[in-house]
Design a protein around this ligand. Structure first.
Ligand code: MG
Length: 203
């Protein structure tokens, strides 16, 4: 199982981190060991002083495939949730400045939190879903999947050129504006279409 993540997939978020708006999806990966186990807190890592949340729509692949065309991509997933792409922002900035890969700032243990998955009904368009993140009961991110630069089906087409997609793989589809730091004892809650699917404590 692998976790494919998309960076800079919402214009306002690309701008807030002073990144260019990409012309093709920006992809990075997290290993299975990055998955936060259910009901577990995130322990603030010792290698960062600027741990950030990024709330994202997460899609679970339910069919193996390679070279999947955008128009057939919908057959490859049927469950979604909200997740958190935890990022050591200070470390990432240092790596970006040197043009180096981001992995240690993005793919560390417990850096990928996922909520309870919900099935997409036939009338539910994955590109018209509201999601929200609350930090200590205050809304800090509020996005709609319609704002994605590259939609889920396009991401699947692009990613599957390079990587075979397997059942159980997860795709983190990028975060809207409003990312920010967490501190020990914070509580994060993720909502999809008003339904709470995710809760993570920082310890
Ligand atoms: Mg992200």
């Amino acid at each position: 199982m692998k976790i494919i993540c998309i960076g800079r997939n919402y214009i306002e978020h690309a701008k807030e981190l002073k990144n260019e708006v990409p012309s093709e999806p920006v992809i990075f990966m997290k290993p299975k060991s990055a998955l936060l186990l259910p009901e577990k807190p995130v322990y603030y890592p010792e290698f960062t002083d600027d741990l950030h949340y990024e709330c994202e729509l997460v899609v679970r692949i339910n069919k193996n495939g390679k070279y999947i065309q955008e128009r057939f991509a919908r057959k490859y997933y049927n469950e979604v949730t909200v997740g958190l792409d935890f990022t050591a922002r200070d470390l990432q900035q240092k790596l970006k400045d040197k043009g180096l890969p981001w992995e240690i700032a993005k793919a560390f243990d417990a850096s990928a939190a996922v909520g309870k998955f919900v099935s997409l009904t036939p009338e539910k368009n994955v590109q018209e879903m509201n999601f929200e993140l609350k930090l200590n009961n205050m809304t800090v991110q509020n996005g709609n999947t319609a704002q994605m630069i590259f939609g889920v089906n396009k991401i699947i087409e692009y990613a599957s050129k390079f990587f075979t997609l397997n059942i159980g793989d997860l795709i983190f589809t990028g975060t809207p504006a409003g990312v920010g730091p967490v501190t020990v004892y914070d509580k994060l809650e993720g909502y999809l279409e008003g339904e709470k699917l995710l809760e993570v404590d920082i310890r």
